[in-house]
Design a binder for this molecule. Sequence first.
Ligand code: NAI
Ligand code: MG
Length: 503
Amino acid sequence: MGDLHSVPGSNLTPLGLIKHLDNKLLIDGKLVAAKSQKSFPIHNPATMEVIGHAAEADAQDVNDAVEIAKKAQKEWRHMDAAKRGHLVTQCGDLLEEHQDELARLMTLETGKALRTESQVEAKIFANTFRFYGGLALELKGETIPFSDSMLAVTIREPLGVVGAIIAWNVPLLLMSLKVAPALVAGNTVVIKSAEEAPFAVLRAAEIMNTILPPGVLNMISGDGPTTGEALVRHPDVAKVTFTGSVETGKKIYKNSSEKLVPVTLELGGKSPMIVCEDIAVDKAIEGAMTSMRFTRQGQSCTAASRIFVHESIFDSFLEGMKTKLNELKIGDPMDMETDVGTVISPAQHQKILTYVDIGKKTPGATAHECSALPTDPKFSKGLFVQPVLFTGIPNSHKLSQEEIFGPVTILIPWKNFDDVINQANDSDYGLAATLWTNDLKRALQGVHRLEAGFVQVNQNVVVQPGLSYGGMKSSGVGKEASLEAMLEHFTHKKTIIFNMSGV
Ligand code: NAI
Ligand code: MG
């Protein structure tokens, strides 16, 4: 494969690659400069050094990308589905060959730890393309029994040009959840990266463009109000798929509604974890560590940011969790010994610290600050944050109700199972929930009553290709990561009837 699709720049260091990608969009199979001639700096959040510049696509650049995608869709949609699937699977294989390079780029621009986060994500990223590539022949319709002289069927057709807008917390994963099903279903795509993290996504698009026909996958960068809005409002964008904040999700929903196009929204969460007294405390603590995504500084929409622990094990749970958190090594994100890197941006850093401050000033609350910030002067400007466990804060408090998107979680004791389920559901969000118990009756009651799109008992796996993922309430609209996600959100069903009687 390497010979067949030798990808330019494969011998470069991460910083060399960023130079190669600097100030570029990817339109019609080529890295090009933005017509706007505007760009903005990209920082390494571990040092706050400028590592490169992202091109800022304006309305003209967005229009160029959409028009090219529209043109390319005319052929792409008529390619045999199996062939499209095969090409997308090949993309997965080639992306896997480049996973180390992609992981390093992502760590440079996001500050996420390479070993615990970026490398893991780059692997899931490649797998998601292979997963969807293999589903091409599942784009099936139905037959409807009418009469012997008639044939009534439905077929699945692509929607057209998909506009995908993503966030910075897991840029590659989000890219794959949108691009892979869209392409396999016969759509073409214009994807807009998040302001903070354009390079891994641009590089991945460049790699895929050595396999895909030109114009099928285009990538633009830019901010929300200029680039994002122009993409959403473009009359030839037939579907919008978004991951990010609730506030932006609402704007996108509103702007898309003016064109009456379908929208998928994957928004935030305030996911509850309920720990019953019958569970091995160590096992639940391990679950809390992964559920809360502490290695990603809690920058996860499914982060278990409200942990309800039965009062009889509350103290041992708290102590055990502090011990585990204190073992985490916060530091140089590129170092393979590091468990936890930085948060993404000064704005997010400030937002998190403001929440921590509010928590600390709350009467009766205790902030258990864990682990230690790095002392190496090289990282003196780095956006590191200590993980914080809060106790003495009720579920009704601002910190329990608003998405912090940082390594901050609230521990709340409970006595009565009914009551704790009600508290878990007392939230605007409904993305994920976990329940930890050996009691089958409680487990069944819990999974039925918890208001969330994804409920797990005694485990917390991250997004997996195959499992439908998406929330209810303010957490969003629609599902991702599964076959249904491709069928329901990237195709429309056409009903066709042949009547052969008396002609
Ligand atoms: P955001 O939702 O503003 O940005 C996400 C993406 O939307 C970016 O690509 C941005 O350019 C784009 N965008 C912004 N305004 C737009 C508009 N009017 N039209 C079209 N696209 C637009 O998120 P932001 O500001 O980066 O983070 C703020 C908060 O959002 C975080 O603190 C966190 O609570 C939440 N968030 C949730 C995520 C999730 O996984 N559900 C991911 C990232 C952030
Ligand atoms: Mg924003």
